[in-house]
Write a protein that binds this ligand. Structure first.
Ligand SMILES: Cc1ncc(COP(=O)(O)O)c(C=O)c1O
Length: 377
């Protein structure tokens, strides 16, 4: 509130001001980046990242298949062609093997992508140790969509710092929020300057309104950046809370035919959402059963992101599965069929989480009994 009051008392409500400058500098420093550009959405940060890399009509852009549509919609804003890359089992993020196959074929067809958008899903870093050398080999720049992973790390290196450009979201549901907003991250001062120029309607630096390029109204206001500054002070606490929510689920659900997505060694996740993966072969419980049982008690849970190769709007786009022979629909399709995003809000009390856990355990008991009855009959 004090940062917001400061904006009012200095009469810098909008468009820019001290809060924007400090929020950009502090956020960029938090992820070891030279520059941050505060924007009105993470989606806008992805759009500007694509433009900075020269993506235009007819170009190809690779993108993680298992993600939210905000990761890839900007590819179409620029009339480029998305190609979706499947995920791997361990991180649920872009599979190096699938990316390698896609790059090899693209190189052979002389149609290398202009960029690869790699998503850090549910707060979990992708395997950049494997992905970045591949992209380097083919000279293709990476945009890291760390919208859900502000505060996550891979071997001590922060998410948001891996690609030529990084993206954060401060949408209302994210680990910290400005009610709506995002940030573009880079070490390149010229790129940051160009992004600021495009984000403020591409006004040429002359004493009247002159435009030699098309711009956008994408900048974050000084009031919202004030919220962001305040939220940054809470980031460490939020990360601790999210981890303890994850750890409680993981410990309580150990005996059921399901697993809570957990960061592999060397990774630290934000656990933005705790995600349960059901073992469909070992039980009859399916994601809609758990979601319905929780909903009956007024508790919201959701399906895992529906992968982009299964989305009607992207149905015609090429897709590279992790294993063409054994699973052409992709690991991401299997995770969609078997995953549930569990309640993960940091305001949830331990008692409330215990209630969620009891309901989930009840689902497995219920189905087990039903199954037993059927087999006995
Ligand atoms: C993975 C991912 N990418 C991009 C976005 C887009 O961010 P925003 O909602 O700030 O536009 C989101 C979230 O909303 C997201 O979860």
């Amino acid at each position: 509130m004090s940062y917001i009051e400061q904006a009012f008392s200095s009469n810098w409500i909008a468009p820019l001001g001290e809060n924007v400058d400090v929020f950009e500098a502090e956020t960029a420093a938090r992820v070891s980046r030279g520059h941050g550009v505060a924007l009105s959405a993470g989606t806008h940060a992805i759009h500007l990242a694509l433009k900075l890399l020269g993506v235009g009509a007819g170009d190809t852009v690779f993108c993680s298949a298992l993600t939210f549509a905000g990761s890839c919609n900007p590819i179409l804003y620029e009339r480029a062609r998305p190609v979706f890359i499947d995920c791997e089992e361990t991180t649920w993020n872009m599979a190096p093997a699938a990316l390698s196959a896609a790059l090899r074929q693209a190189a052979a067809a002389r149609r290398l992508p202009k960029a690869v958008i790699v998503v850090d899903l549910y707060g979990q870093s992708a395997d950049y140790d494997a992905l970045l050398p591949l992209c380097r080999e083919y000279g293709v720049p990476v945009i890291e969509d760390a919208a859900e992973a502000f505060g996550a790390e891979l071997r001590g290196r922060p998410c948001g710092s891996f690609g030529a450009l990084g993206v954060l979201s401060f949408n209302g549901n994210k680990i910290i929020t400005t009610s709506g907003g995002g940030m573009l991250l880079t070490d390149d001062g010229d790129m940051a300057g160009k992004a600021r120029f495009w984000a403020t309607q591409a006004r040429d630096p002359v004493p009247w309104y002159e435009h030699t390029e098309i711009g956008y109204n994408y900048r974050m206001s000084n009031i919202l950046a004030g919220i962001g500054r305040g939220q940054l002070l809470c980031l460490g606490e939020r990360l601790r809370q999210k981890k303890s929510i994850h750890d409680r689920y993981a410990a309580a659900l150990i005996g059921v035919p399901a697993a809570v997505l957990t960061a592999p060694p060397g990774y630290s996740s934000t656990y933005w959402l705790s995600v349960l993966r059901l073992d469909l072969a070992a039980s009859l419980v399916r994601p809609p059963d758990i979601i319905a049982a929780l909903a009956a008690r007024g508790i919201e849970a959701r399906r895992v992101w529906k992968p982009m190769q299964l989305q009607p709007v992207y149905a015609a786009c090429p897709f590279y599965p992790s294993d063409e022979q054994t699973e052409p629909a992709g690991i991401s399709a299997r995770l969609f069929a078997s995953g549930v995003c569990l309640p993960s809000d940091t305001k949830m009390t331990a008692a409330e989480q215990e209630e969620v856990i009891d309901i989930i355990l009840g689902c497995f008991r219920h189905f087990y009994q039903k199954y037993q009855k059927i087999s006995i009959e």
